[in-house]
Design a protein. Structure first.
Length: 425
């Protein structure tokens, strides 16, 4: 099949390359010249393990092309995937400007019947809007179908997730379009849920919101565990072994971030408010997540004598989680902002993210040297396997604040450090 991917970001690029792997001819459409130049050269402009090798191979084999020619791209392809951003508005709702622009362009240049697929995370009812936007720009009544096919990719493991999905959701009103989508995904060995577009759109929001809820649940529980002198890791393990609950997303830390969970939870809350059906549990999920980095800073402040002014603190990790360069809504950045407000001398390091800031250092050793404390903000493997004994010799004070509960507490304490995790007693 000839497939057009509109939007060559994290989702669009991954989706396009997976279809190349399935033997389809793919075109990536984007208006960003910088992105297109990199992708045409087989270079990934963002960090995602394993994806650049796939890109380079399929560019060389001419299985994927990249262009900014919207008219030509729309005319020459049969299935069009909309993979553009839906940024968060001030009220928490999703901004559909980019989706609307794409839909109107498709309508304007459509020359034959198309299947238009929304891959972007969009509010319930967006498929109907896309249909309206496309039809509104048509110069002739050419038939088309709009399908909802949400992505469930995790940054850092996107390639693995795309090749081995847990499920594929197809939201369509046309049996013909549904069958074409099933044929497109015929080589994937997982359940296919065929439903209508509204249910498909809700599934995406509900899935991300539920996972975010698990994170906030264990983080709020960790505060109680702190008061009761209980190791929250033991609690996580004990409840996670229950097959009805599962261990995933039950790791206490500084909260969730990234491009998906914060945006999607807020968008679902906003949708619920518009319908007069508030989602109070999710509202609390957001509140707990906003509080969690601040809670951890207070624990740091107490451990350092109640005052942070003029202390030197090294923060290791800037991305919202390991194996990605995404810093959107990263708890580390929230923590750094608060530390700077407390007149702390902040030194930061990340193996991938480059802020270009005066207080970012190239090596871990430079970052930690002279510090009163080290805060682990991202669970990079680079930080798990450090020679902490030697690093301790360069520090002003031997404090480690583990915001990810990623280090072996007993080993760290045995080296002479004062260790504080998130309810890691």
């Amino acid at each position: 099949m000839k497939i057009l991917i509109v939007g060559t970001g994290y989702v669009g690029t991954t989706t396009g390359l997976i279809f190349c792997e399935m033997g389809h001819q793919v075109t990536g459409l984007d208006l960003d010249t910088h992105k297109l130049k990199a992708l045409k050269a087989g270079k990934l402009y963002f960090y995602e393990p394993g994806l650049e090798e796939l890109l380079s191979r399929h560019v060389a084999a001419k299985n994927i092309f990249f262009t900014k020619n919207t008219k030509k791209a729309v005319k020459e392809n049969d299935i069009i995937f909309i993979c553009v951003g839906t940024p968060k508005e001030a009220d928490g709702s999703a901004n559909l400007t980019y989706v609307k622009n794409v839909a109107e362009s498709i309508g304007k240049y459509m020359n034959k019947s198309k299947i238009i697929v929304t891959k972007s995370t969009v509010p319930v009812g967006t498929a109907e809007l896309v249909e309206k936007w496309v039809a509104g720009k048509q110069t002739a009544p050419i038939p088309f179908d709009v399908v909802s096919n949400p992505e469930f990719l995790r940054e850092g493991t996107a390639l693995q997730d795309a090749l081995n999905p847990d499920r594929i959701i197809i939201g369509a009103t046309s049996e013909e379009a549904r069958n074409v989508m099933k044929e497109l995904y015929q080589d994937f060995h997982c359940p296919i849920v065929a439903t209508n577009p509204k249910a498909s759109e809700m599934i995406k929001y509900a899935a991300n919101s539920f996972l975010a809820m698990k994170i906030s649940f264990i983080n709020e529980l960790a505060r109680l565990c702190d008061d009761l002198n209980i190791n929250v890791n033991d609690v996580s393990k004990g409840i996670g072994l229950d097959q009805r609950i599962g261990p995933q997303f039950l790791h206490a830390g500084m909260g969730f971030g990234g491009s998906c969970f914060p945006k999607d939870v807020n968008a679902l809350i906003q949708t619920a408010k518009e319908q007069g059906q508030p989602l109070s549990i999710l509202e609390r999920v957001v509140k707990v997540n906003e509080e969690q980095p601040l809670y951890f800073i207070e624990k740091i402040k107490q451990a350092l004598g109640g005052k942070l002014e003029n202390k030197t603190i090294a923060v290791l990790g800037l991305s919202f989680k390991a194996n990605t360069d995404d810093t959107r809504e990263s708890p580390s950045l929230i923590l750094i902002e608060r530390l700077l407000a407390e007149q702390v001398v902040v030194k930061v390091h990340d193996p991938i993210v480059k802020l270009g800031s005066a207080y970012q250092y190239h090596t871990i050793e430079e970052t930690v040297s002279g510090a009163d404390a080290v805060v682990l903000g991202t669970d990079w493997d680079d930080y798990k396997n450090l020679d902490w004994a030697n690093l301790k010799l360069t520090m002003k004070q031997p404090f480690i604040f583990d915001g990810r509960n990623m280090l072996d507490k007993e080993n760290i304490v045995a080296l002479g450090f004062h260790y504080l995790g998130v309810a890691n007693h």
